[in-house]
Design a protein around this ligand. Structure first.
Ligand code: AMP
Ligand code: FES
Ligand code: ZN
Ligand code: ZN
Length: 320
């Protein structure tokens, strides 16, 4: 196996590109693909301050690393979700990376700052953990970016994530979600711009990127995500990709180029009904307080719950 660029020994094959790469040219591919996505979708402009949301996993740490190497001014944001050992290990990975690169990591801790953790919040709100988690993260990303004077929030969503979400939204024709599924959401009053610079790179490439760069990321998946529909969609798309390399790319980028605009009016109509939350000031479609404030009201101050991580003999105590 030889590198497509230099003919030296290759360390990875990227079937979507029908090519193999040595370590150096693989890193260059990752940076080039990220730079191409940023340019194509006008994600980040020169001089802007970027806040990258890092979970301690491979995608978001790779995203931070690549953006720094591309010369952007990027701080990190870590949100402690209070999911037992998983959150402890995630936070440590994010902190180690920040120290290694000499950059600032901003931290919000749900149990400490808002009085609830994801398992407790899910029970109080009678919603699945991932839904409470997504709602909390979106709100806190926006708030941290606006409070800190950042122009852009970047997340580590990659091509596999975006294709799986698109697959799910298409299976159920969730047209309102389809209208919002973009690699860039422009800034609006109360919202910073949101970008996904890794949309041209797959999950396997991001794992390889971290290994080559020596980035020590948390490998475990969130224990609350078990049975999550997206994992099934990812497996289905992986089976298709195995026999037809490039399918995920064509599915997602074909949607953006040819279908996405049809769904946008519906998504935009919803935004016209936004008003400010009387409690926190964040934009909301609700008549009363926003979904985040309603969650905090219901779950805040909840007693610490016990969570049994996968494969562990004793329940770990979730910090309260
Ligand atoms: P997920 O929703 O877990 O698929 O994560 C999607 C993206 O959200 C990641 O790539 C990160 O950019 C961001 N993210 C996830 N978890 C956290 C967290 N605990 N703190 C900050 N950012 C996060
Ligand atoms: Fe959000 Fe697991 S990371 S529920
Ligand atoms: Zn090479
Ligand atoms: Zn609110």
């Amino acid at each position: 196996m030889k590198c497509r660029v230099c003919r030296g020994p290759a360390i990875i094959d990227v079937r979507r590109h029908n090519a193999n790469f040595c370590a150096d040219h693989f890193l260059r591919l990752c940076r080039d693909q990220t730079a191409k996505a940023i340019k194509e979708f006008d994600m980040i402009r020169p001089g802007e301050r970027v806040l990258v949301a890092v979970s301690g996993g491979k995608d978001s740490l790779a995203c931070w690393d690549i953006l720094l190497d591309l010369g952007y001014d990027v701080d990190g944001l870590y949100i402690g979700l209070g999911i037992g050992d998983y959150s402890d290990a995630s936070g440590d990975a994010a902190r180690r990376f920040a120290v290694a690169r000499g950059r600032t990591l901003h931290e919000v801790d749900l149990p400490r700052d808002y009085g609830y953790d994801i398992p407790g919040g899910a029970r109080a709100a009678r919603r699945v953990p991932c839904s409470v988690c997504g709602l909390s993260k979106r709100h806190l990303f926006d708030q941290a970016a606006l409070d800190g004077g950042f122009d852009v929030v970047a997340t580590g969503h990659n091509l596999d994530d975006e294709a799986a979400v698109l697959f799910g939204n298409t299976l159920r024709w969730q047209t309102e979600y389809l209208g919002r599924q973009l690699p860039v959401l422009p800034a609006r009053p109360g919202f910073p711009r949101k970008v996904k610079p890794l949309v041209r790179l797959g999950e396997r490439e991001m794992a390889a990127y971290c290994v080559v760069r020596g980035i020590d990321y948390i490998v475990d998946e969130c224990p609350m995500a078990e049975g999550n529909r997206h994992l099934g969609y990812k497996e289905a798309l992986n089976a298709i990709e195995a026999t037809s390399p490039g399918s995920k790319h064509d599915f997602y980028f074909g949607f953006l180029a040819r279908a996405s605009a049809h769904f946008r009016p519906e998504a935009e109509a919803e935004q016209e009904t936004l008003r400010a939350c009387p409690q926190c000031g964040a934009p909301t479609t609700s008549d009363g307080v926003c979904a985040f404030c309603s969650l905090v009201d219901r779950a805040g101050g909840a007693v610490p719950v016990h969570l049994r991580p996968r494969g562990a003999a004793d329940p770990a105590t979730v910090p309260g």
